[in-house]
Design a protein around this ligand. Structure first.
Ligand SMILES: [Zn+2]
Length: 352
């Protein structure tokens, strides 16, 4: 088995220096533009720019919705002798703000179409996303259903103002299902539906070059967040592991992820990610054994995290608890734990 080989060496070196990587030309008709993310550890999204046969550009993802990100995207396009008004179509790997955020602004100035999977389009189109107080209430209610005390859930979720930015996210003009080839002349971008990180996550396997646009599904260093949400899939971790297997069969010429750096060794990396989750599942199973009849909220505190659990709050705690819930649901699917039922279910080992 081949290892995971870093091919985006300039990206990796910039990462180690804690700098933004350069705009890179990857082929005669393909570039990557790093678009900064204002907070969090990811630092940037790599927007891929495809020159189309007959003129114009296609984009894979767009970046966080901010003026700084807009300047990075449009400045990057200028640096390769292009302009944002040249964009004809935008492929969105998934509905998260760092990928979809700028799509509306790109569409407004260029008239480009925006395409995504129907499952993410349904979330983006849900009335709740346009109604910040309702979205906040739903998320608080969801955390309470995982066992959170209502006051702590409300404190972690925050105020409706923090949700307002999501209401400007682009709804798609086009939908792409698994197996569809995107309408980007000169390219054979075949959509691969890879639910897990979001219900409608798409990767794109480019059949002319053998390149694989991985979105957040397979990243070289970190494991993408797999969490339950109030409007997501019932068992996202099961879906994610199935989606890993689904893309592991091909060994692309190069993997072009949405964060971090390009690499080779997709099969090996999918195995590492699956092993990471199996390890986490085993850890959680032993926590359920030691602390029977605990909720997801309680069990999260018994797992090992990158910092002491007492320091977790707000978004970080929500990620941790909903990730724990995703693992619990897969343990339940596998018949290893059973749920008490009720408004805030607790878990115990299944009697054998
Ligand atoms: Zn992302």
């Amino acid at each position: 088995m081949l290892g995971v080989e870093i091919t985006g060496t300039a990206q990796h070196e910039a990462w180690l220096r804690r700098e933004l990587p350069p705009v890179e030309q990857l082929r005669t008709d393909l570039w990557s533009i790093p678009v900064p993310i204002p907070h969090g550890g990811l630092r940037y999204v790599s927007v891929y720019v495809l020159a189309l046969e007959g003129g114009g550009l296609g984009l894979v993802d767009t970046g966080w919705q901010s003026n700084q990100a807009w300047e990075a995207l449009t400045g990057g396009l200028t640096s390769i002798g292009a302009d944002v008004t040249d964009v004809r179509g935008v492929l969105v790997t998934h509905m998260h703000f760092d990928h979809l955020g700028l799509a509306e602004r790109v569409r407004q100035v260029s008239g480009a179409w925006v395409a995504m999977h129907p499952a993410d389009a349904a979330i983006i189109g849900s009335p709740m996303l346009r109604d910040a107080p309702a979205a906040v209430a739903a998320e608080v209610e969801f955390l309470v259903s995982l066992g959170a005390p209502p006051d702590e859930a409300a404190a972690d979720v925050g105020t409706p103002e923090q949700f307002a930015r999501f209401s400007g996210m682009a709804r798609p003009d086009r939908l792409l299902e698994d197996g569809d080839v995107a309408d980007l002349p000169g390219w054979r971008m075949r959509a691969r539906h890879t639910p897990g990180h979001t219900p409608g996550h798409l990767c794109f396997a480019e059949e002319r070059t053998g390149l694989f646009f991985a979105g957040d599904h397979v990243l070289p260093r970190i494991s993408p967040n797999i969490s339950t949400t109030h409007q997501g899939d019932d068992d996202p971790l099961r879906d994610f592991l199935t989606s890993l297997t689904a893309v592991a069969d091909t060994e692309p010429a190069e993997v072009l992820p949405a964060h971090e750096w390009r690499f080779r060794g997709l099969g090996e990396r999918t195995e590492q990610l699956a092993a990471h989750h199996e390890h986490r599942l085993a850890e959680l199973l032993s926590a359920v054994r030691s602390h029977p009849d605990s909720s997801a909220w309680q069990l999260a505190a018994y797992l090992t995290w990158s910092r002491p659990w007492e320091q977790y709050e707000r978004r970080m705690r929500i990620f941790a608890v909903t990730e724990t819930d995703a693992h619990l649901r897969l343990l339940a699917t596998r018949g290893l734990v059973s749920q008490s039922g009720g408004a805030a279910p607790t878990y115990r080992l299944t009697a054998r």
